[in-house]
Write a protein that binds this ligand. Structure first.
Ligand code: 3PG
Length: 391
């Protein structure tokens, strides 16, 4: 694909799609990772002399109506503090917008536009007409074929990838396409069902697949252990067995925890008990991997050449069930492997254990990160490739 750095932007109207879909509370941004990741792109466009316009979605508002709760104003306030140039929000932009070099104009939430989600052609053409160059930089939304990600890229005079999108694709490609081995993936989270495709795809390429959370419970049950009252999916134990066999057939493995930390109720004050995996009581719920398992997994991570991390291995928001996730976080931090992490809960764990600067690459993608791991083509990237080939 063509990247923004390949182009001379001087004097051009440049429309940049970012993923500024960040959590907001009481009018303030509560997690700024995605904004911080986008800022260098905006700065580069400004330095290149472009007339900079930025667009993003925020949340999932109803289309066709303005809803203040989903306004990008808090993001604009943040950008005004972070950038040395004025940043202003415009609500009405589809019929044209005046923008000068040396300022940043942010379009109000693109999901207020009728037709955004169904990738309406007329809307995409309107967006395309606003710019000379369209820069797709929203990796976090690249799995959505919508008017502001895919349609506009189809119709803009020039469409290119922004530096953040390019960096994401580069890092993820490095981790999966031609990884330094052993390649170890950690997939945590509550349900096998929501991560089945990613487990499927990864079990075929990784050397070790570490599962955690509710997902691990299904694997524990599949191995023939009682999981008590734990969250698990009885109907997917066959699937779990199949995944283990598939991994082993390729010389890899999906190791099942040998010990676990349990509680009697899901609460911040639940009492934690460590037990062997074959000693889970009928009224127990598994909330974390045990210390022996954590040590085994940490050793696997220590010897890894590449680590891909999506999802915590325990209920780490409760400290008594956080030791497993913390141990793995530290093992990743101390390993010399190329490590890549993505997903909201994973980023929260990285923050909690203060290891952000020890991870080689932290993705801004949630759903997009998963779809990439699944080996799916991201439509907003595919259209850039198409444009690069056919002009
Ligand atoms: C995300 O947070 O994963 C992206 O911003 C995409 O948001 P969506 O799932 O609402 O399309």
């Amino acid at each position: 694909v063509i990247t923004m750095d390949d182009l001379d932007l001087e004097g051009l109207r440049v429309l940049i799609r970012e993923d500024l879909n960040v959590p907001v509370k009481d009018g303030k941004v509560t997690s700024d990772a995605r904004i911080k990741a986008a800022i260098p792109t905006l700065q580069r466009a400004l330095e290149g002399g472009a007339k900079v316009m930025v667009m993003s979605h925020l949340g999932r508002p109803e289309e066709g109506v303005y809803d203040a709760q989903f306004s990008l104003q808090p993001v604009v306030d943040y950008l005004n503090d972070a950038l040395s140039v004025p940043v202003r929000l415009v609500k009405d932009y589809l019929d044209g917008v005046d923008v000068a070099a040396g300022e940043v104009v942010v379009f109000e939430n693109v999901r207020f536009n009728e037709g955004e989600k169904k990738n309406d052609d007329a809307l995409a053409q309107q967006l395309a007409a606003l710019c000379d160059v369209f820069v797709m930089d929203a990796f976090g939304t690249a799995h959505r074929a919508q008017a502001s990600t895919h349609g506009v890229a189809k119709y803009a005079d020039v469409a290119c990838a922004g530096p953040l999108l390019a960096a994401e694709l580069d890092a993820l490609g490095k981790a999966l396409a031609n990884p330094a081995r052993p390649l170890v993936a950690i997939v945590g989270g509550s349900k096998v069902s929501t991560k089945l495709t990613v487990l499927d795809a990864l079990s075929g390429v990784v050397d070790q697949l570490i599962v955690g959370g509710g997902i691990a419970n299904t694997f524990i049950a599949a191995a023939g252990h009682n999981v008590g009252k734990s969250l698990y999916e009885a109907d997917l134990t066959d699937e779990a067995q199949r995944l283990v066999q598939a991994a082993q057939a390729k010389g890899g493995d999906i190791p099942v925890p040998t010990d676990v930390v349990t509680g009697k109720e899901f609460s911040a004050t639940a009492v934690a008990q460590t037990k062997a995996v074959d000693a889970i009581a009928a009224d127990d719920m598994v909330f974390d991997i045990g210390p022996d398992t954590a040590a085994t997994f940490a050793k696997i991570l220590q010897n890894a050449g590449t680590i891909v991390w999506n999802g915590p291995v325990g209920v780490f928001e409760f400290d008594q069930f956080g030791a497993g996730t913390e141990a793995l976080a530290n093992a990743i931090a101390n390993s010399s492997a190329f490590s890549i992490a993505g997903g909201g809960d994973t980023l929260a764990a990285i923050d909690k254990y203060g290891i952000a600067d020890k991870i080689s690459y932290i993705s801004t993608g949630g759903g997009a990160f998963l779809e990439f791991l699944e080996g799916k083509q991201l439509p907003a990237v595919a259209i850039l490739e198409e444009r690069a080939e056919n002009g």
